[in-house]
Design a protein around this ligand. Structure first.
Ligand SMILES: O=c1ccn([C@@H]2O[C@H](COP(=O)(O)OP(=O)(O)O[C@H]3O[C@H](CO)[C@@H](O)[C@H](O)[C@H]3O)[C@@H](O)[C@H]2O)c(=O)[nH]1
Ligand SMILES: [Mn+2]
Length: 739
């Protein structure tokens, strides 16, 4: 009777639904009171001149914007679900569908070859029939180092894969297994111990060979011109020198470096994934694809089978596009100061959308159905010319699209290389086709994942979120402020790219997806811009007004004061509730509030500006890959929970200047209140500065107390003081003239 048992079950969490919805209701009533208070104020006769009135309106607009984005975010809390899978109930191995694994790398300096090869090895060692597993690595750097690494990895896999299978090793990323951090080192028989030792030595040999090659080539590869200008190379990795048959069958391993020319836009990761899609369609053409970033290794070999529990469920498989696993990171410290783990996204939001149409595509760690990327339905007797207009001129590509799922193995290496290199991986193949517009991963945003997932959902596809307690994939989180802010800026650019395109979720969404799904996509798309404007206002206007004796909020004795207190406490306690429920602490909440403030002031602003300038044709699209090399000193600072302020002034100046402004406002404001005695009118403004300073104590510490390398340089502080004085003088002069 095993056939009738479900492969997975979905639990709807009634209690948390009740708590979320009640909170949404109560909190929105409080917000409605706030709007009433502000609106009624407009119709009364007040003696605040035109400029203070303008400032007052800005504060009101900020309150409205934040309320709006909060409201959109409530859709994520509407119907959270969790899922359990039963891989034991899957059909026999010979009935499982084939899988292609796509791994992307681009820069051997920022993405060390050893790290990339560990990802490759962990994917090859997935617990799946090896003849149904094909691993493709895209190397956008076109680096001989990476190709050399692939050959070394292949040689090591001969020993690594049988070792993992025979002893049931769970951690199949060799580096983590041998670093003794893994929990399944095992202390078995002496035979096991000798095998382990031998395998470890072979792993060290692989590493040494890669390091030596690196030393021979020297640093600076990514800056060399070949990274941006090179022909295509497609190579099925084989070991000619070795004519013994390996103990277990090995998955296919293919190295792909697409052609890149400065004259052709290459569309970053999305472009690389589309090339892989075409090349793989000529070789294995598997119905399912697992996409991984080069640093995201498979931490659990059973993820493929878990994903198949959904893809092979006939009740949903027809409409299911992808199974998304959360992005988790192996280098997160207990006190994660930058919120690098993205707790809210992967522990709260994605479970929330999973109860609607499914999670948003998250770049890495998802099993996607190949046909969902075709853009539209294709059948065998479609017009050839029409197909060529969509998929390009290659007959081989068209054949694979038509013969959905049928592997298309071109047996002889030479003709394979010719076809793939000349066509599928060439930089001009996509010209005048629908690649990147309708077909494959889409190019209109640097957050290709978000945009591609959105289009899939709009076309009626669904997705599911699979979040088992053991992380299935582990990547490298950003553990220093500089990388964190650069990444945050790119994500903001990507989000704003979409909001200002014809795919703006709030407009493109409603006829195609439900209002709740629209709200989720809208929240993500607009949150950079909508958080940035109010947070800049709240960090400057109440402070300027406090110093000039202009009240912006109700008096403590006014009954509307209670509304403000309520909104503040209600927002904080809801945040705390979500943090505690997902394993965080009080400190986690403070870290997230600080991260939110810092990002709104910097990343969100620069990202929005970048996207707007791109739209106006003043800038070109760019994708700065995140650094994956760990710097010992920076890691040390992160581990002890200290900010590392070694980043550009572009990021530091706004942060530091606003902190100084708030310090000035607090001191000046307190003195005023003491001498003038109007604490009743000014209380809220004094409190705002207090709160900002309290949350951002680490910045104050970096400015005034720390002496180490990661502190804020005095020159930055001095420059910020000047900016701040200038702002206060200018503001006060304008206020006093117009008053
Ligand atoms: O021109 C490029 C640029 C990047 N990449 C690869 O893309 C992946 C992601 O880049 P990374 O620098 O790690 O960016 P992150 O910000 O860490 O990545 C997140 O955000 C990206 C979108 O901004 C998504 O594509 C990723 O999947 C998601 O993990 C890496 O494997 C890169 O090698 C390329 O292949 N070609
Ligand atoms: Mn990454």
């Amino acid at each position: 009777m095993e056939d009738s048992l479900p492969l997975h079950v979905c639990h709807v969490n009634k209690l948390s639904i009740f708590i979320h919805r009640s909170h949404t209701l109560v909190h929105s009533m409080a917000l409605a009171f706030l709007v009433c208070y502000r609106a009624s104020f407009l119709f009364q006769d007040h003696k605040i001149g035109p400029t203070p009135m303008l400032l007052w309106l800005l504060v009101f607009a900020s309150e409205l914007l934040l309320s709006f984005i909060w409201l959109l975010g409530q859709a994520f809390r509407w119907r959270p679900v969790t899922r359990t899978v039963f891989p034991d109930r899957l059909p026999e191995d010979d009935k499982l569908p084939a899988i292609d694994v796509f791994i992307c790398t681009t820069d051997p300096d920022k993405e060390p070859t050893v790290v990339v090869m560990n990802t490759v090895l962990s994917a090859m060692a997935l617990d799946y029939p090896p003849e149904k597993l094909h691993v493709y690595l895209s190397d956008d750097g076109g680096s001989p180092l990476t190709l050399h690494g692939m050959r070394e990895a292949w040689r090591f896999a001969w020993y690594w894969l049988p070792f993992c299978r025979r002893y049931g090793i769970e951690t199949r990323c060799p580096d983590f297994y041998f670093s003794a951090l893994a929990d399944d080192i095992g202390f078995g028989s002496s035979e096991f111990m000798t095998e382990r030792q031998k395998t470890k030595e072979r792993y060290e040999m692989m590493k040494d060979s890669i390091t030596e090659a690196r030393e021979r080539c020297g640093q600076g590869h990514s800056r060399s011109s070949t990274a941006r200008d090179h022909p295509s190379v497609v190579e099925v990795i084989q070991d000619e020198s070795n004519d013994t048959v390996p103990e277990t069958k090995m998955p296919l391993l293919v190295y792909v470096s697409r052609e890149k020319r400065p004259s052709h836009p290459h569309h970053f990761k999305a472009g690389a994934l589309n090339v892989l899609q075409r090349v793989s369609s000529m070789i294995s053409n598997s119905p399912y694809i697992l996409v991984l970033d080069c640093d995201v290794y498979c931490n659990d070999p059973t993820s493929a089978r878990k994903a198949m529990c959904f893809h092979l469920d006939s009740k949903i498989s027809n409409s299911l596009a992808f199974v998304q696993f959360p992005q988790r990171f192996h280098n997160i410290s207990k006190n994660d100061i930058y919120d690098s783990q993205l707790r809210s996204i992967y522990s709260v939001l994605w479970e929330g959308v999973d109860g609607l149409k499914g999670p948003i595509l998250s770049g890495s760690g998802f099993y996607i159905k190949r046909v969902s990327l075709y853009g539209s339905t294709v059948d065998e007797d479609m017009d050839l010319e029409e197909l060529k207009r969509s998929y390009g001129s290659s007959n081989e590509v068209i054949k694979s699209v038509r013969q959905i799922y049928k592997p298309n193995v071109i047996n002889d290496q030479r003709s394979l290389q010719k076809v793939t290199q000349l066509l599928a991986a060439s930089c001009s193949y996509e010209t005048d086709t629908k690649w990147g517009k309708e077909v494959g991963f889409l190019y209109d945003s640097v957050s290709e994942d978000y945009l591609t997932g959105f289009r899939l959902h709009c076309k009626g596809w669904i997705s599911v979120f699979c979040n088992p307690s053991r992380p299935q994939f582990l990547g490298n989180g950003t553990t220093n402020l500089n990388d964190y802010l650069i990444q945050g800026t790119r994500w903001s650019t990507g989000a704003i790219d979409v909001s200002f395109s014809k795919f703006c979720p709030l407009i493109y969404g409603p006829p195609r997806i439900s209002i709740l799904e629209t709200m989720c996509y809208g929240e993500l798309a607009f949150s950079p811009l909508i958080n940035c404007l109010p947070l800049w206002c709240f960090a400057t206007i109440p402070q300027l007004c406090l110093l000039n004796g202009i009240p912006l909020y109700p008096k403590v004795s006014n009954s509307f004061f209670v509304v403000y207190v309520f909104i503040f406490l209600s927002a904080l306690s809801k945040h705390l509730y979500e943090v505690l429920l997902t394993g965080g602490s009080f400190q986690t909440m403070e870290n997230e509030q600080r991260a939110w403030m810092i990002k709104s002031i910097t990343c969100y602003m620069y990202g929005s500006l970048d996207a707007i300038m791109k739209r106006m044709g003043m800038r070109e699209a760019s994708f700065m890959p995140t650094n994956k090399v760990e710097d010992d000193e920076q890691v040390k600072l992160y581990r002890v929970g200290k900010f590392d302020f070694q980043t550009s002034n572009m990021f530091l100046l706004p942060m530091v200047a606003l902190i100084i402004l708030n310090m000035a406002a607090l001191v000046g404001g307190l003195l005023r209140v003491i001498f003038v005695g109007d604490w009743d009118r000014m209380f809220v403004q004094v409190f705002i500065s207090c709160y900002i300073l309290y949350i951002n104590l680490p910045i104050i510490e970096g400015m005034m107390i720390r002496k180490d390398k990661g502190r804020i340089q005095p020159s930055v502080t001095q420059l910020s003081v000047i900016i701040c004085i200038f702002f206060l003088l200018l503001g006060s002069i304008i206020i006093s003239i117009v008053r």
